[in-house]
Design a binder for this molecule. Structure first.
Ligand code: GLY
Length: 250
């Protein structure tokens, strides 16, 4: 978490006071939860001048075969890719989105060999088209999904471990997901759909108690994570990490 987090980009949220020390503490707890769930975590150094840099998800998409270095849709976030790309180059062959294309990883939802990609204020048709060209040789299909009223595709829809989706249909055109089963978040918790699946369970933000009840009722093992201060920066559980497997590169 950057000490400059309070200067983060905001699209739909009004700027409120962010307690950066608390956000850092919540980030530490988030890392501890990932580690407790068997995930090896590499944390990159703080980026003092890049308020949104903790939202690493937006800078790179890691597939088993390759990595795509994104091109964020806001000027203030473009410099975030440098440090992430340095790390990613050591573990994957990298492909880069070029201007005028824009693509943020928060708009990319992978379900096996399908990449659902949000057409949002941050990801444009050119970025999606470049992504399509990069991943097609590796057997991936790209399906654009219209995003309206929220920042990224994964703000409004995430995949649960059993192949079901959790979505807010007010923000996401769920018809794009065809026959996949979609569970709808309670109306009073529009932000609840941003969950993070780890092996055997799904992490859900503490700010979404009704969503937690709903998923538990569906037989889905849930772990609650408090990221209240980080959510003030219009971010969620997926934004704070890029999960990847140790699979060999191409
Ligand atoms: N604060 C997250 C973003 O707008 O990129």
């Amino acid at each position: 978490i950057s000490r400059s987090l309070a200067n983060c980009e905001l699209l739909h949220l009004a700027r409120g006071r962010i307690d950066v020390a608390l956000a850092q503490k919540q980030h530490d707890q988030y890392v501890a939860v990932l580690e407790a769930n068997g995930i090896d975590v590499t944390s990159l150094p703080e980026e003092l001048e890049l308020p949104d840099a903790a939202f690493v998800e937006d800078t790179a998409v890691l597939l088993d075969e390759i990595a795509i270095i994104c091109r964020p849709g806001r000027e203030s976030r473009l410099r975030e890719i440098a440090s992430v790309a340095e790390f990613v180059k050591a573990i994957r062959n990298t492909h880069w989105i070029q201007g005028p294309g824009t693509l943020e990883g928060g708009d990319v939802l992978q379900i096996q060999k399908t990449l659902y990609v949000g057409l949002s204020t941050r990801t444009n048709p050119e970025g999606i088209s470049q992504l399509q060209g990069i991943v097609r040789p590796f057997g991936y299909t790209v399906i654009p999904v219209t995003v309206k009223g929220c920042l990224h595709l994964k703000t409004g829809v995430t995949a649960l471990n059993d192949g079901m989706l959790l979505a807010n249909p007010a923000w996401i055109d769920v018809a794009a997901f065809g026959a996949l089963k979609v569970i709808t978040v309670p109306e009073e918790e529009p932000w609840g759909a941003n969950t993070l699946s780890v092996p055997g369970k799904v992490l859900v933000a503490a700010s979404a108690p009704r969503t937690i009840e709903l998923l538990s009722g569906e037989g889905c093992p849930v772990q609650v994570v408090d990221i209240s201060e980080i959510q003030k920066a219009e971010a969620g559980l997926t934004c704070l990490s890029v999960l990847f497997s140790d699979a060999a590169s191409e």
